[in-house]
Design a protein around this ligand. Structure first.
Ligand SMILES: C[S@@+](CC[C@H](N)C(=O)[O-])C[C@H]1O[C@@H](n2cnc3c(N)ncnc32)[C@H](O)[C@@H]1O
Length: 219
């Protein structure tokens, strides 16, 4: 694989978005990695420390179900499985799901190729825990709202949704790719009659660091 070129990447994503084909490029990020997981530039290859902390403080009980949205290479899904959840993890990229199964051959996670915008009806009101990490921010316009609608619909009564994303100040970086969420956008999760249980604003450890939100809501 050729070295990651951010300018070429952003142009490729913008071309897809401008042609109303905003989901058409994800698989290429995984196929271009040619089996070298470290070449998937957005993958940390470890679970989110904020997810791990939440799982430590919120023990699963028998048959609690979790779902990882746009699960990428599967590290967060595996963390939820290790914490005792019965986990479904899905991604629109067939290559991502293939890589998850290769990385975790003994996994208990049910890895599936599915589209958040055409998800199985059986997922509605079916999960105690929904984990969203960095999917909304790689989508444009109306797809961001539809993504939120869909992921919230998976929650059972009393279930939790954890939302992890890049953040930006309102009115700033409006053409950025990925487009981080501003506070008003992430606050829209509260419009679904969810209660906000915690809200963290933090900078990650990259150089230069990138501002993030990590929010927890309960139905
Ligand atoms: C920025 S990556 C984040 C991956 C992973 N959650 C992580 O944190 O490493 C966004 C992921 O969402 C997936 N994705 C985008 N649109 C999707 C959709 N409509 N349905 C399912 N997965 C989708 C992409 O294929 C990609 O794996």
């Amino acid at each position: 694989m050729s070295e990651f070129d951010p300018v070429k990447y952003k142009k490729m994503v913008k071309d897809h978005q401008d042609n109303d084909n905003p989901l058409g490029w994800f698989d290429s990020i995984y196929t271009d990695a040619k089996g070298h997981f470290e070449n998937v530039f957005w993958a940390d290859l470890e679970a989110s420390p904020y997810l791990l902390k939440w799982l430590e403080a919120n023990a699963s009980t028998a048959s609690t179900k979790a779902i990882a949205i746009g699960c990428g290479l599967g590290d967060d899904a595996e963390a939820m499985s290790n914490a005792g959840y019965e986990v479904t993890a899905f991604d629109i990229s067939p290559e991502a799901i293939k890589l998850c199964k290769e990385r975790y051959p003994k996994t208990k996670v049910n890895y599936l190729v599915e589209d958040l915008f055409n998800a199985p009806a059986s997922w509605i009101n079916n999960f105690d825990l929904v984990f969203e990490c960095n999917t909304i921010q790689v989508l444009p316009g109306k797809y961001r709202i539809q993504a939120r609608d869909s992921m919230v619909s998976f929650l059972k009564k009393d279930g939790h949704i954890l939302v992890s994303c890049r953040s930006r100040l309102k009115g700033k970086q409006e053409d950025a790719i990925p487009l981080p969420l501003d506070k008003d956008e992430i606050d829209c999760f509260k419009d679904y009659a969810l209660s906000e249980k915690s809200f963290l604003i933090y900078d990650d450890t990259q150089e230069p660091s990138v501002p993030h939100f990590f929010a927890v809501y309960q139905k």
